[in-house]
Design a binder for this molecule. Sequence first.
Ligand code: TMO
Length: 313
Amino acid sequence: MKHRSILLTGAALMGLASAAFAQDSTDSMTIGLHDWSSQIVDSRVVGDILESIGDKVEYVTTDSQAVYESIRLGDVTLETEVWEATFGAAFEAAKAKGGIVDVGTMDAVTREEWWFPEWDKEVCPGLPDWQALNACAAKFATPETGTKGRYLGGPVDWQMHDGDRIAALDMNFTLVNAGSASALWAEIAAASKDKRPIVVFNWTPNFIDAVYPGEFVEFPAHYDGCEDKPELGVNPKATYDCGFPGNGYLKKAAWDGMEKKWPKAYAVLQKVNFTNAQLAEMAKMVDVDGMEPEDAAKKWLADNEAVWKAWTN
Ligand code: TMO
């Protein structure tokens, strides 16, 4: 064996050494946390996995749109949940500037949209069609919205453009933004007591389906140019005259220096892949069972060892 290694040239030895023994930097990686539960839990899951291979991780709570600029600049190392409907544009814009890479699409298929609980159909049988919803707007009126229906949208930092959509489709609704995701769940829980009609922002994968049956409102289908070509779509004078894309992607993103600085961690991140059921379960542990995200992540890792250990090989 000794003789063999002597036959290797210096250059070949160095090549072998860097391929086999490339080490991750001892600097901490930074993972951005946002304001919905699956993202906070799976970020902790990924962080714990990276610590299990000997890396250092820290967390920073960041704006879910601005994070793509932070990643591009290397201030945040990675993002576990790039949702197509809400964050696809910010991600693509950052990618075009350079500094951020697409680390792959997960199995999870996503949708983010106006949503109603099944009991709404008693007062508005034409649902889930958006024109039927609009014709029923008065049923969703509150003192806050007068004669218009109340639509409870997500927190403003998700930048959903619901106000633009309401205007483009000339809807009899007023947008009210929830202060947090939990305000959305509190609204559904309160309305469920007397089957009060509500329409709120929701998304899948999420825990909600398991607790409150409901459906997404069907708007005019999303099309290329809905956000920037007013002449297209049902309203030739307005952008945002469409619903969010259905069957949206869920991607991972990273600073483009990550692969070089933390090669092992990057190889793990490439393999990280969650399903709809796994993400719904993570959200449920926090939003229904009341667990802290850190504890939910530890439980998920304990319950799914075979899944994540395969990502570290
Ligand atoms: C922004 N979100 C993924 C919760 O829809």
